[in-house]
Design a protein around this ligand. Structure first.
Ligand code: ACO
Length: 331
């Protein structure tokens, strides 16, 4: 049987940096409040003409190079994003395929907000283990700043732009296999994180823009509580179901939404600081891009080596959540 393995990682952030001090000039907030409540200091912001697929392309080229592959080697492209180039069609994956110069392979998007990368990873694993595909590019790419309401202090301080990409390949080596992935959702909390306007419920209109319904809205405090509970349960189940201990995990790489959420989950499950990957301070919340960007950060810092076991854990709009137990199979 072919197993799915995590072959390489890459990431990209746009040049422009938006600091807490910059935000103090835009809305009624302070560096002290943002730092204390979220742990965020900076986020990167895409240029006016830069789209999610542009960011994804840069990340994908790095991941391909590190896998020793070119775009022609790919059998499939999956993009996770809530800030794609277009509203609904064409998919950002199709635009990205074109930018990478490949055609005649399947390319599609998955929509699971901040859990999107784990949903994409799970999809890639299933295609590879069914024997249908061998080399799949998965990308989390977000140009969230284009959907953030910079007059709403409760959301605009949190989000940033960036992309992360990974190459998932077939292998016969059982030691390299992605050990386990769990994904789930609960739509009863659909209004906790929502972009209300532009879809078939509230099609584009002057009303939608006047009421600012085309921007992301979040019930932050309610989301916070469900996030801590769900992320903790998910990780505990993952560890138990796979008969491992926390000492077997080299790096715990959670979705980077809020330092306090990460710390609460880490403390609840008993993760050591040296196992934790934290990037929320420099990138903010980059939704589906956050986990691959954090993996890349650890890789470039020399903290992730061949065979190291990663525990990924994400939570986001939908509500959706998921975790994955993944050995790094790249060089
Ligand atoms: N600056 C200053 N004050 C602010 C700001 C701000 N930027 N934003 C809110 N406040 C005020 C509020 O108005 C409120 O004031 P009040 O007490 O007078 O009413 C006070 O600060 C506290 O607000 P809370 O919302 O209760 O603050 P909280 O401690 O919950 O922190 C935060 C807010 C950072 C948003 C937190 O709730 C959070 O991180 N939530 C979870 C986010 C998350 O995990 N999302 C999931 C992934 S995102 C995705 O899927 C796209």
């Amino acid at each position: 049987m072919a197993y799915a393995s995590f072959r390489s990682i890459g990431a990209y952030v746009p040049e422009k940096i938006l600091t807490n001090q910059d935000l103090e000039k835009i809305v009624d907030t302070s560096d002290e409040w943002i730092t204390k409540r979220s742990g965020i200091k900076n986020r990167h912001i895409s240029a006016d003409d830069q789209t999610a697929s542009d960011l994804g392309k840069e990340a994908a080229l790095i991941a391909l190079k590190r896998a020793g592959m070119t775009a022609e080697d790919l059998d499939m492209i999956i993009v996770a994003s809530i800030s794609g180039d277009y509203l609904f069609m064409p998919s950002t994956a199709c635009v990205l395929a074109d930018k990478l110069g490949v055609k005649n392979i399947p390319a599609f998007d998955v929509l699971a907000a901040c859990t999107g990368f784990i949903y994409a990873l799970s999809t890639a694993k299933a295609y590879i283990e069914s024997g249908m595909m061998k080399n799949i590019l998965i990308v989390g790419a977000e140009a969230l700043s284009k959907f953030v309401d910079y007059s709403d202090r409760t959301t605009c301080v949190l989000f940033g732009d960036g992309a992360g990409a990974a190459i998932i390949t077939a292998t016969d080596n059982a030691d390299e296999r992605i050990r386990d992935i769990h994904i789930s959702a609960d739509g009863t909390y659909q209004d906790f994180l929502i972009t209300p306007g532009g879809g078939s419920k509230h099609p584009c209109s002057a009303y939608v823009t006047d009421e600012r319904l085309h921007f992301m809205k979040m019930k932050g405090n309610e989301t916070f509580k469900v996030a801590v509970r769900t992320l903790t349960n998910d990780v505990e189940e993952m560890v138990k179901n796979n008969n491992i201990t926390l000492d077997d995990i080299k790096l715990f790489i959670p979705h980077q939404a809020n330092y306090r959420i990460i710390k609460a989950v880490g403390d609840a499950i008993g993760i050591r600081d040296d196992q934790l990957v934290l990037t929320v301070d420099k990138f903010g919340n980059t939704s589906a891009a956050s986990i691959p960007m954090a993996i890349n950060d650890a890789y470039e810092a020399g903290r992730l080596k061949t065979g190291d076991l990663m525990l990924l854990d994400a939570f986001g709009g939908g509500l959706t959540w998921g975790s994955a137990l993944v050995p790094y199979a790249g060089k």
